[in-house]
Design a protein around this ligand. Sequence first.
Ligand SMILES: Nc1nc2c(c(=O)[nH]1)N[C@H]1C(S)=C(S)[C@@H](COP(=O)(O)O)O[C@H]1N2
Ligand SMILES: [Mo]
Length: 168
Amino acid sequence: MNLHRLCLSVILLCCSYFISNAQEKASKPSVKVSGEVTKPLILTMDDLVKMKPVSTSMKDRAGTDHNYKGVAMQELLDMAGVTMDKQLRGENLGKYLLVKCADGYEVVFSLAELDSSFTDRVVTLVYESDGKPLPANVGPFRLVVPGEKKPARSSFQVVALLIKFAKE
Ligand SMILES: Nc1nc2c(c(=O)[nH]1)N[C@H]1C(S)=C(S)[C@@H](COP(=O)(O)O)O[C@H]1N2
Ligand SMILES: [Mo]
């Protein structure tokens, strides 16, 4: 094999490696973080389990308590470069998070509802319920919103987190 052929083979091998990696990531369930962010993200289970875990609990609509494990929404928004913490003032208080689900369900949170400098409630993107992965009709990723009278904003099958400006 001459040098040219060898170089070409190495290049082709590298390309197929990167393409198959990208395809693998694209085919896995994920949560897309986009909009008013400096670093758009596509988070898979592999990414979430590497992040700082948070335990939380919430009653289901029947009143039964469940334990959940996941990642704090603030942590995800920080990672995407959303204006949280000290940057969450002035016109940035007019920003909101639109949560989108696989079934078309959508809910909204103002950024201040998700920021620990405003509230002690920790809204969490969870991937485990009572020690097990979430059932398919609920997961793989669900929002858990503690401290509300009903779990209506605790969205199932979250697929995207979109940060928007409510400014007129
Ligand atoms: N994607 C999605 N999430 C959803 C809903 C929905 O229709 N679609 N229903 C909400 C409502 S109205 C309630 S009361 C809770 C029910 O959660 P539970 O099964 O833990 O009680 O899920 C919420 N999350
Ligand atoms: Mo509900």
